[in-house]
Each structure stands twice: as C-alpha cells, then as structure tokens.
Design a protein around this ligand. Sequence first.
Ligand code: DAH
Length: 354
Amino acid sequence: MTQSIEELKQQTESLLQEAISQIAAAEDSQMLNTIRVNFTGKKSELNNISKMMGKLDKDQKPELGKAISGFHANFNQHLDDKISQLKAEELNKKLAGEVLDVTLPGKTPKVGTKHILTQTREEIETFFLGLGYQVVDGPEVEVDLYNFEKMNLPKNHPARDMQDTFYIDQELLLRTHTSPVQARTMEKHDFSKGPLKMISPGKVFRRDDDDATHSHQFQQVEGLVVDKSIKLSDLKGTLLAFSKAMFGEETEIRLRPSYFPFTEPSVEVDVTCFKCHGEGCPMCKHTGWIEILGAGMVHPDVLEMSGIDPTEYSGFAFGLGIERVAMLRYNIDDIRHFYQNDLRFLSQFKGGQN
Ligand code: DAH
C-alpha cells in the first residue's frame, strides 16, 4: 500500500515528536544511543519512510526530502542539547560529592618526646657546661690500652673481673666504662690554655646478670678535672653542687672510702635520701643515704701514663650511671623499662624538652 506524501510527512512529524519525548526522558548517554539507533538506524521507521521516496512523484520527492532532513536537524539538535544537559548534571553531581569541608577538625600529628635518659643526660651536661666543663665523646669500641691499661688496670689485674665485656679480638672490646675518655683527653690537653675540665657521657657494656638494677648495656657520665693543686675538697664541692641540682637544694652528700684502681684515695658518694630527707625509709633502706657515684683523686700513675707530671698536677674524677640518677629521681623500679620502648612508660616524661 502506497502512502501519500501528506501521510509520509505526518508520519515523519509524529516520529520526531516521539523521538523528542524519548530524548527528554533519557537518563544517560547509553539510553540516548539506543534512541539514536531506533530512530535513525537501518531498521528505523524513518528509513522505511526514506525508501518510499522512489514511489513518489518527481515534484513530491523534494518535499519528503525536506521533511526527512528537517527530522534529522531537529533530532540532532535535541540529542546534542540533552548530551550537554546530562554532562552538566554529571559534573554537578561529581562536584557535590567532592565538597571539601574546611571546618572539619584536622588530624593532629603525635609529637614525641626525648627519651628520659636523653633528657637526664642533657640536664647533667647543661649543669657541667655551666661550670665551664667541655663535653667529650669517645669510642664505644675501645682498645684494651685505654679501657684498662691507662686506667691503671694492667693485664691480669683482679679488678678486671668486675668489668668483663665482649671482646672483638685480643685488644679490641666494648668499653666497660667512659673512663678511657679521660686518658684520651689528657693526652691531648694543652695546659698552657687552662685547666682540663671535662665530662664524657656515653654507652658502656659489661657482662652482667640483667635484673631490675643491672643491664649489660647502660650509660655513664665520666668527669675529670686536672690542674695545679686540685684537692679532694674541690671534688666534694663540685659533687655537692651537682647533687643539689639533680636532687633538690636541701640535698647533702657524704664521702665513704672505697677502691678504684684509677683513683687514690677513692670514695663512694652518697646523697641524703630525697624521700625521707635523712630520716630513714624503704627507699634508702632505712639509712637516710643513697649511693649515687664513685669518685676520687686521679691516681698519679694514671696522670703519668697520659703524659702529665703528677708532681706538678693533680686531679679529681668521678663516674656515675645515668640510669641510676633517672631511676632515683623519677622513682623507676626497673632499669629494663628504659629499653623496652613502651610508650605507656616513655610518654610519662614530657618535661625537660628543649
Ligand atoms: N669507671 C667506674 C666504673 O665504671 C666509675 C668511676 C669511679 C669513675 C670512680 C671514676 C672514678 O672516674 O673516679 O665503675
């Protein structure tokens, strides 16, 4: 059945209206693509209409041609508009999802603290720097010569037993105390520039049974002053001032005779118990005193072995454990807490940072 040109034009127009309403209802580009194929593809009704062209009169052909190209122009226009609209909507949706709320509270980074042993060491250094001492470093892997021989502990000296350590070879070992830095510094010191006043903080190592108060690795501060006419009273005055700075103004000290191979005379230094102030309590084992360090007048042989004339010069020396000072000050009951990296322990010491 042949259709009239009027019918064909009518059909094209209603196809366009149908297409326009479908385009308007489309929700995404995939749906638009289907609509394009349905209305303009090979199997579309519009294609069927085009095929009728051949059956039309000559003067009717351009009329149908105009209607069909009108369809295409309109159809494409609506399609393009819809594509732009969908793109704009998509962008808005995306932007809405990415809104940045600048009023949200930020994430506060955790700020660490210096380790309590570092804080304590720095406090000790600050005190002695204030008295004009220099802070000297020394090697942790030390030679026998400095660790023992020059500290007046010759081979086979019985006092070596108390400081057994890890030997790398016959001559090389992990230092057992910071005292060898004494010898290293004395050898280089130029007395024409003034007296020698030094402290040497650092790690030391010993064979020890690890328990609440002993560790195979700990930290010491060695102190040394050498000049003409240095006396035991200079040592006492220095350690009294130090003890007051560390444990409180009311602190007193006492010296007890002791033995170290590198000092003569040697003393053990106690401070008055800062808990009971000398009354006697469990902290000081009811004596009123707490032992904090070893000290003495530098043995003349130690001076001589480092090239200093003991008939002209004298000196005092002392050595203390940094862990012990911190344990006493902060009432820490086990030395192993320092090394276990437990934040519940470490974060309790936030003071004293600089
Ligand atoms: N070096 C000793 C030790 O580790 C500590 C010490 C005691 C150092 C007395 C000294 C001192 O300078 O005079 O046990």
